[in-house]
Design a protein around this ligand. Structure first.
Ligand code: SAM
Length: 230
């Protein structure tokens, strides 16, 4: 399967194993991951997508509308889906108390100063039970044919494994998380040494209490674009 599918599948497998009830996808863009999670719910009750670009949300939000089959199939309890325009560098009260935050190919679109605010907002302020962050591994780039510079014109940086891990370990020290590293897309033979094409960090909050049942605050910073309750 193509790399982007492998990234989505990684999240789906995680959800299947750990069964988070409240999930936020940051930088959700075309809502493809949200649509897959809606299909592979595994007990998810609240699914939120956030992107700074409202145009792409408005164009694709209808993919999340209920299908006839959603009403025919017995569902596992109500599911709420919300889409917001907002930035991961802003503190939004309604994003606290989540079990899982996913950031698939998002951080490399931020300036480095914004990465610092992102870390503070996500790990410090929102403090979710777990966070999955994926980003390109620049050490893999020589294996990509015809590539000069970064993989996308909008990338502000692409990190080596060491750079990514340095950032992640600092986040863990600052905000009380543990992390392990993995990835998707492996080279063959001796090229395996360059690591995965996409590097992934999976963070787990060290404090295990759940904030999932606390009352959810009203959105006050983000702009609600779409909401549906099944
Ligand atoms: N996660 C999706 C996927 O894997 O298919 C799309 C990732 S796309 C490469 C990066 C997305 O991040 C874009 O849709 C962009 O608008 C969004 N983005 C960039 N800066 C952001 C910010 N500060 N806050 C929220 N979203 C942002």
């Amino acid at each position: 399967p193509p790399l982007y599918m492998q990234r989505y599948q990684f999240v789906i497998d995680y959800v299947k194993t750990y069964r988070p009830k409240k999930v936020i996808d940051f930088g959700c863009a075309e809502c493809c991951l949200l649509k897959k999670l809606k299909f592979h719910r595994n007990g998810i009750q609240l699914l939120v997508g956030v992107d700074i670009n409202s145009v792409v949300l408005l164009k694709r939000m209808h993919m999340l509308a209920p299908l006839i089959s959603d009403y025919l199939q017995p569902s596992d309890g109500p599911l709420t889906i919300e889409l917001y325009q907002g930035s991961v560098t802003e503190r939004e009260p309604c994003t606290r108390g989540f079990d899982l935050v996913t950031c698939v190919e998002l951080i490399e679109h931020l300036e480095l100063v914004e990465v610092a605010s992102f870390s503070e907002v996500v790990f410090g302020y929102m403090s979710p039970g777990a966070v999955i962050v994926s980003t390109p591994n620049v050490e893999f780039n020589p294996l990509l044919p015809g590539l000069r510079g970064f993989r996308n014109y909008d990338h502000k940086f692409e990190w080596t494994r060491a750079e990514f891990q340095t950032w992640a370990h600092k986040v863990c020290r600052d905000y009380g998380y543990s992390v392990h590293f993995t990835g998707v897309g492996e080279a063959v033979g001796h090229w395996r040494e360059v690591g995965f094409c996409t590097q992934i960090a999976v963070f787990q909050r060290n404090f295990h209490g759940s904030m999932s049942n606390a009352e959810r605050l009203e959105p006050s910073v983000y702009r609600l674009i779409y909401k549906v309750v099944y």
